[in-house]
Design a binder for this molecule. Structure first.
Ligand code: EPU
Length: 435
């Protein structure tokens, strides 16, 4: 499946020119990955539609294939996954180190095969990303946990996964999904409290319910699951991923910064209220229908403060692109990152381009705008630090004057399907090259 490559984007700054056109949004990566994990709960080959053709989906496919599952790509955005052939329950360490979402597979594997082992998971370098709440949840559900010296966790539930009452100290997207999936085939009733409420969780839960699961309350802070007691779900019921609100939000911010007119199709504006409201208040012209957004850039964008928050608040995954926007706003803006403590690494790159940003502490920055963004001196370089920071830097390069090379775009490819093709259609000059 998708190999990880070290490629770069070479971008010609728009230097005041505006983007124009239509962009179609893919299915949500963060729903698709969880649906792929949930395929382990089904009684045969199950079809997943609207799956983005991104690197993370490729890595999740490889993780499943290594366990023995049959994963077939029926079209660029359709997969079938047959978990009947799973013969192993130890998640590949190297693959898992590259993608934290692999930890979500532990729920379905544990409930179906009564054991699973996995390494302390990796993913974007955006801070320490502990798994304490998964572990506590599994213990309550009757499992025993044995971390060995290499930080590989071996979890077993010899008598099966039982219903439990679990309170999450922090709202965790992955924790909510993982324990929800483990409870689906478990014995008895599980109540999960202080759950994350992201639409991707609802999307997966609704699909599972049509296939035989009994999940109530997904999208609220309390989810109740009546376990099927081992009865597998009906693989004739296919899944369709909801539109990716983070990809749509990224393009919305880009449009609000530098589009004469940008139409964002196949999206869900109702999942993006916080971002739409902030940009409207800042001066962008935004109109929405049920599944599209049209945006025109603000002439003199007003600054504003943001505080990242669990859904439906302002998403941490949109924080970096919004900071690039704020470098063009007229005045001072504060950004407070509440979810991850390591999510300002890209600020260094924006500063090198001329942005005026002060890091107040590991979670707060102050941006003074507007600033012209310019080419770097020779030998200095720009890079994607994670998926979303990568988009932010690509966006900054488009806003700048000159030619920019952005390295490490395999990280951008983890979450955006062929970004350069979408941007080229809007009038950008961006080329993929080998580093
Ligand atoms: N946390 C703990 N203990 C745990 C689990 C989480 O302390 O056992 C903490 C985390 O360290 C973090 C907070 O809880 O401070 C929230 O993390 P969460 O578990 O919600 O994040 P995640 O499930 O690992 C998903 C997305 C991220 C997105 C976050 C927050 C996927 C595959 N990833 O991560 O997406 O930023 O939720 O919305 O769904 C991305 O797509 O670029 C991305 C990083």
């Amino acid at each position: 499946m998708s190999p990880i490559t070290k490629e770069s984007f070479v971008i010609q700054g728009l230097a005041g020119k505006k983007l124009r056109g239509t962009v179609k949004i893919n299915g949500a990566k963060n729903a698709a990955l969880k649906a792929m994990a949930a395929a382990v709960l089904f009684d045969g080959p199950v079809t997943l539609n609207n799956i983005p053709d991104t690197n993370d989906v490729g890595v999740m496919s490889d993780v499943l294939i290594k366990l023995g599952a049959k994963v077939e790509k029926k079209s660029p955005n359709t997969l079938t996954i047959d978990s009947t052939f799973i013969s192993k329950t130890d998640i590949d360490s190297e693959l898992a180190q590259n993608m934290r979402a692999s930890v979500v597979l532990t729920g379905p594997l544990l409930v179906r095969y009564k054991k699973v082992s996995f390494p302390s998971p990796g993913g974007c370098v955006i801070g320490t990303r502990p798994i304490d709440m998964f572990i506590e949840g599994y213990k309550k559900m009757g499992a025993t946990i044995d971390p060995n010296e290499e930080m590989v966790y071996s979890i077993s539930a010899k008598n099966g996964v039982s219903g439990a009452d679990v309170f999450f100290n922090i709202q965790t997207v992955g924790g909510t999904e993982t324990l929800m999936l483990a409870a689906v085939l478990g014995k008895g009733k599980t109540i999960l409290r202080n759950c994350a409420m992201e639409p991707e969780i609802v999307n997966v839960a609704e699909w599972l319910n049509t296939a035989g699961a009994k999940i109530k309350g997904a999208g609220t802070t309390t989810i109740e699951i009546e376990g099927t007691g081992g009865k597998l779900l009906n693989s004739k019921i296919s899944y369709t991923a909801i539109p990716d609100r983070i990809e749509a939000g990224s393009f919305l911010i880009l449009g609000a910064t530098c589009a004469e007119e940008l139409m964002i199709e196949d999206c869900r504006p109702d999942h993006m209220e916080s971002v739409i409201n902030l940009l409207k208040d800042s001066g962008a012209t935004i109109t929405t229908t049920g599944n599209s957004i049209t945006v025109k850039a603000a002439a003199n964008p007003k600054p504003f403060n943001i505080r990242t928050h669990e859904y439906p608040g302002f998403p941490t995954d949109i924080q970096a692109p919004m900071v690039t926007y704020l470098t063009q706003a007229h005045g001072e803006s504060m950004v407070f990152e509440t979810i991850f403590e390591g999510r300002f690494k890209y600020v260094e790159d924006l500063s090198k381009m001329g942005a005026t940003i002060t890091i107040m502490n590991p979670r707060e920055i102050l941006i003074k705008g507007p600033t012209a963004l310019a080419e770097l001196p020779e030998k200095d370089e720009l890079r994607a630090h994670d998926i979303r920071a990568g988009f932010a830097i690509v966006m900054a390069a488009l806003l700048g004057k000159g030619t920019f090379t952005v390295h490490n775009i395999h990280l951008v490819d983890r979450g955006y399907e062929r970004l350069e093709e979408k941007l080229t259609k809007l009038g950008a000059s961006i080329k993929r090259t080998q580093t």
